[in-house]
Design a protein around this ligand. Structure first.
Ligand SMILES: [Zn+2]
Length: 330
C-alpha cells in the first residue's frame, strides 16, 4: 500500500477511521488564543452562558441528575461548590453551543472534603471518566485540556529566568513575568507510541507487543517512550524500540495522535517496520515482549479489559487503534 497513491497525497488519510472512542482526542473548543487580551477572562466569566469544569488534580466533578452525568456548571454553582475563582482559566468557546465560553477552575481541598458526603456529586478520576464513557468525547477532550493547563499554571508561578512571580495572561494561555518581561507558554511533551511489525520470509506478519511491569493484568500493548530534544519522530521510534526490545527498525509511518493529560503529553502513534526479530527486553520497562500473529491478536481483542487471559487495551487508548488498524489491514 503506497502512502501517496496517484496525485492525491491525502488519498489514504481520507480512508482512516474517525477514531471515535479515542480518549481526549475530540476537543471542539475554539481557543482563539491570538485574539485574547487582558480583558478576555473578565469578559468571558461575565457571560451568562459561560460554563465551568471543576477539577482537583487528576479528578473532575460530575453531577448526577436523572441518571445522566454533567461536568459543566454555571458560575453561581461553581462558587457555591468551592471553586477557587482566583485560578480560573479560559479553555475556549463552544461553536456548537452558540459560542458559549468554557472555563476551568480548581476546587479547593476543603470543597473536595465537603463534596465527599454529597450524593448528588461524584469526584471522578479523569482516566475513569474516559474508560467508563461517562461524558461526550468533546467534553472529555476539553477536560484533558483543563487538566494539563491548570497543572501547568500551578507549576509555573515563578519565572524560570529571574525567579519573580508570574501572572496569568491571555485568559490562561500564557504567563508573563512583570519583572523581566519574559513570556511563558504551556508546553506539550511528545511521546512516541508504536507498533513494530515484522514480515518473515514466507510473508507472514507479526506485531511486537509487550507486557509492561506496571500492568496488573495480562495486558499486552505497544511500546512507547518520550521523545528527546533534537530528535525526529522517526529517530525516536527507532531508538525506543531498540532500547526496549533490541529490534532494529526501518520505515516508520505516522497514524494519529492522542493528547494524554498526565500531565501534558501528546502520544504520536506510529507503525514501525522491524528489520530484525530477535527480542531482548529491557527488564526495567517490560516483563515480557513477543511477536503475535493477527489471529493471536484477534483472540486477545475479543477479551475484555482486566481479563485473566491475555488481552489488549480498549479503544480509549491509541495503542488499541494501532493494533486494530494492523489487524484489519490483513
Ligand atoms: Zn522573569
Amino acid at each position: 500500500m503506497d502512502i501517496f497513491s496517484g496525485s492525491d497525497v491525502f488519498a489514504e488519510t481520507r480512508t482512516l477511521p474517525s477514531f471515535d472512542k479515542l480518549g481526549y482526542a475530540h476537543n471542539r473548543l475554539d481557543r482563539d488564543t491570538e485574539h485574547r487580551d487582558e480583558n478576555s477572562l473578565g469578559t468571558m466569566v461575565q457571560q451568562t452562558q459561560a460554563r465551568y469544569y471543576l477539577l482537583h488534580d487528576d479528578n473532575v466533578l460530575l453531577r448526577i441528575k436523572d441518571g445522566q452525568q454533567t461536568a459543566l456548571f454555571c458560575l453561581e454553582r461553581a462558587q457555591k461548590l468551592g471553586a477557587d475563582m482566583d485560578r480560573v482559566i479560559l479553555l475556549g468557546t463552544d461553536p456548537e453551543e452558540d459560542n458559549a465560553p468554557r472555563l476551568a477552575v480548581p476546587l479547593t481541598d476543603q470543597a473536595i472534603e465537603a463534596l465527599a458526603t454529597n450524593e448528588e456529586y461524584v469526584v471522578e478520576g479523569i482516566r475513569a471518566v474516559g474508560l467508563k464513557d461517562l461524558l461526550p468525547p468533546d467534553q472529555l477532550g476539553a477536560i484533558a485540556q483543563a487538566r494539563s493547563l491548570l497543572t501547568w499554571h500551578v507549576n509555573h508561578q515563578f519565572c524560570s529566568k529571574c525567579g519573580a512571580s508570574t501572572v496569568v495572561a491571555l485568559a490562561g494561555a500564557r504567563r508573563d513575568c512583570p519583572s523581566c518581561s519574559a513570556v511563558h507558554f504551556p508546553r506539550t511533551d511528545p511521546v512516541v507510541i508504536m507498533l513494530a511489525i515484522h514480515r518473515d520470509e514466507s510473508g507472514v506478519e507479526r506485531c511486537l507487543l509487550g507486557h509492561h511491569a506496571r500492568f496488573d493484568t495480562p495486558m499486552y500493548s505497544t511500546l512507547a517512550g518520550f521523545m528527546e530534544h533534537g530528535e525526529t519522530l522517526e529517530a525516536a521510534v527507532r531508538r525506543e524500540i531498540l532500547e526496549e526490545s533490541c529490534i532494529k527498525i526501518g520505515a516508520v509511518r505516522y497514524l494519529t495522535s492522542q493528547p494524554w493529560p498526565f500531565p501534558s503529553s501528546l502520544m504520536l502513534g506510529c507503525f514501525a517496520e522491524a528489520l530484525s526479530s530477535n527480542i531482548q527486553i529491557d527488564e526495567t520497562e517490560l516483563t515480557e515482549a513477543r511477536w503475535f500473529t493477527r489471529q493471536e491478536v484477534r483472540e486477545m481483542m475479543a477479551r475484555p479489559a482486566g481479563d485473566e487471559l491475555p488481552h489488549i487495551p480498549g479503544r480509549f487508548s491509541i495503542a488499541a487503534w494501532l493494533i486494530r488498524f494492523w489487524v484489519d489491514a490483513g
